[in-house]
Design a binder for this molecule. Sequence first.
Ligand SMILES: NC(=O)c1ccc[n+]([C@@H]2O[C@H](COP(=O)([O-])OP(=O)(O)OC[C@H]3O[C@@H](n4cnc5c(N)ncnc54)[C@H](OP(=O)(O)O)[C@@H]3O)[C@@H](O)[C@H]2O)c1
Length: 305
Amino acid sequence: MLAFNSRIGIIGSGRLGTNLAVVLANHGYERVSITCRKSSAKPSIQALLPKVTIFDNNQDLADFSDLIIVCTPDHQITTVAESTTWNSQQSVIHCCGPLSYDVLAAASDSGASIGSFHPCQTFTGNINIASVNKLFEGTLINISSDSPTLLESLSHLSRKIGGIPISIPDELRPLYHVAAVITCGSLAALMSISMNIWKAIGLTESEAASALKTLSTTTLANVHEHGIPASLTGPILRQDFETIDSHLNALMHYSPEAAGVYALLSKITLDGSSLPIEKDPNSKDVSNRYTDLIERISSCLESPR
Ligand SMILES: NC(=O)c1ccc[n+]([C@@H]2O[C@H](COP(=O)([O-])OP(=O)(O)OC[C@H]3O[C@@H](n4cnc5c(N)ncnc54)[C@H](OP(=O)(O)O)[C@@H]3O)[C@@H](O)[C@H]2O)c1
């Protein structure tokens, strides 16, 4: 079990590293430290984390820590592991979603225990001390380790900060992680299509943002409260084929790329066995029109973009 006076060092004061330092400090971990390579960024980090020690470099932090959490971009994790001197009393973990702890092999070669700790949550640089704890509450945290003792400590740490520890097999990590990215970054990209369309037809930035907020907030609330099938609305559900046709025509003119995205999502809506699209089995007309729609969608997906 990780004691509250354990020395926890975080390498990287970016989005996750800073949020993690805040949540650890908020939950009573007394000896948290973090690296910050840019001297210009130190005052704002120190203001956010008055009790946290800030180090200029990875080795000084590692020498001062029992548990080291590598919070660098994924492609830097192995470099950090290979360029730091570790010892057998230490535990070193990374926070990357798709990679196994093998990328920390250099630390393991020095006798350290290694592992991973991936909170399935989105962290930005807009850190509000009062709301950081909420980001971890109920968040799945994928943990793994080559040491049962470290795994137990990571499970305990996850629960202490409000998370729910789980262990996904290494070979499934990329799939597990891409689902998180689709829910987060891809959703934001999808919303940017709507924002851009609304602005292109003359809405101001704030009108477009307001429309986006109202619709997306209601949709997400419906999904959370009633589940996905019951939250589905729109022309496919209503069998409004002319409406869908007008959408595809408008989008092909506006942006074939956006038309492709809409066509693909419409295909997923039509195909999705969990979505409540009811086709009247006795209506030949409806059945034919679904077939026509699928052909139209396929042609949009195939058209060169
Ligand atoms: N953000 C999220 O939502 C999120 C969620 C779950 C997991 N993660 C994982 O958390 C890790 C960090 O992601 P992030 O979004 O926090 O990245 P980030 O905001 O880009 O921050 C990365 C930090 O690492 C520092 N850094 C880069 N190379 C370094 C090195 N060689 N030695 C020491 N520090 C170095 C950077 O410092 P400089 O500014 O000086 O370059 C920066 O402070 C990744 O593995 C990511 O997959 C992120």
